[in-house]
Design a protein around this ligand. Sequence first.
Ligand code: G6P
Length: 615
Amino acid sequence: MCGIIGIVSQNQVQSHLIDGLKRLEYRGYDSAGIATVQDNQIHRRRSAGKLINLQNLVESEPIQGQIGIGHTRWATHGAANTENAHPHSSREVAVVHNGIIENFSDLKKHLQEKGYTFQSDTDTEVIVYLITDYLHQGNDPLTAVQKTLTKLQGAFALAILFKDAPDTLIATRHGSPLVLGIKENELFVSSDAVAFAPWTQQVCYLEEGDLAVLNAGDCFSYELYDRDGHKVDRPLRRSQITGESVSKAEYSHYMLKEIFEQPTVLSDTLQSLLNLENQKVSLKDIDLNWKMLNRIQIIACGTSYYAGLVAKYWFEKWAGIAVDVEIASEFRYRSPVMSSNTLNILISQSGETIDTLAVLSQLKEHGHQVLALVNVPESSIARKADYVLQTLAGPEIGVASTKAFTSQLMVLACLCLKTGKERDVIKPDVYESLVQALVSLPGMISYVLQNSEIYQKLALGFTTARNCLYLGRGITYPIALEGALKLKEISYIHAEGYAAGELKHGPIALVDLTMPVVVLAPYDEWFEKTLSNLQEVIARGAQLLCLTDQKGEEKIRQQIKAGYSMEIVVFPQVDTFIEPILYTIPVQLLAYYIALLKGTDIDQPRNLAKSVTVE
Ligand code: G6P
């Protein structure tokens, strides 16, 4: 969602602000803007639509200044137009804002009564006039911001410039993340270390409620204050994100690059969890009473929720434990009946999704233990959870999650094996063979990727489709859901994932000659049943794409009536345990190549955001 960048430098900042915003584009946005202070005046440029519009604007009307803020806005309050784009400003201050000010309408009314005139429909503008009002009352910038913060309700992050304090940038975090980047003679602040990755790896994550004052002047320095206004120190860290890790390399899209990175990141993730000497899953820091566990509750959103659905099949079958999988935005407003001896697992690639974070707070308030599975170890969810397991997917820039999803699956598979072993549910030989199956996965995925041109050809059959159905049974059912989600996210073709057994309970009414149906049918314990569903689809003349293995192909060819044409893609025969990870790759590639043919904005699909930090 929205992205913030702030820079205090000895050089002109306009071009770095735009570069930083470019690296935040992946979060999803619909307008952008920058502001600087120069000659005791605030200068501002804003544009609706993509960043290129802002770039064109600043090329023709550049702004000067060695201190500046920038923003990519994902519209919440007010349309995605130039008036509502950030920074918002008065004569005295300019503000960029992530998140939502929940009490903005009361504040706005109060400020209007005081004579302030609002230029936009945003909630952000109340912050501008509150700070301005406190400055008018004779407060210094720090006090004006601190007093303003006491009036604001909601989850947000801010970066602020002051006309009369041209060396000072103030940033503060209340529910939305912020990180400082530190370099000699240059300081950065951003919602994401990706924004300044090419310039510095030395970072400092703000804690909840922190306020940072960045100063230029004689030397570049910063001061941090906690939520009570006390000066604090926070640790400096070295960010893993480098300029290289956020480049597209030779790929046409980040999504394609990230799909092709999967063999490496899955291997890295597995190696981080396996003791290489004895090939046993070792989760050193997770000190749980595994035998006492009687239930697992997995809570997540979007693709991460689908990873949880796969885990349900794994844990029930191989660890003998009951699993509930919950959508965070529903769970947080229900009255769930919690039992002791439940392991709560929250999954979130970003570690910042607002609903998942809210569930975490609720669970902690009620004294429940939480294990978080995240891709960003410094994220809010990771920092609040009792235990953290990390996926080593590296930065994922494409909005549609690919490598983060399969890495989540890899961690959950290992956690399942560990649970099964500790609870004496899984037989040693089965355990060994499943570990070996996981070890073999990166190689198999490489094989599937080497043959990616298959999906380019198959994609041709989908471009005119208006609807598409994905079917799976058993452990591939969640992958049918994920396949449909990928397709709708990036190609804008309406797609539904269904449990194949549910076909007759509704979706079959939609099946006709124009409807492509993708069936995930490896030759496993559910295969014969899926084959019957396949027949039902064939009987209605649908365009069928069947993803299976060699045995599955033989069976399908024996049973399907001659003359019916369907596409079959054959995968290596694998243990059922790893099927969900392997069969994710073709549905990702298919969605990618269909979207490519449709000419959509694959890395930044319309209306979507990578990190959903507002409800
Ligand atoms: C957004 C992203 C998805 C992601 C979901 C949950 O919708 O576009 O890719 O699956 O949020 O995000 P999380 O970071 O919690 O996994």
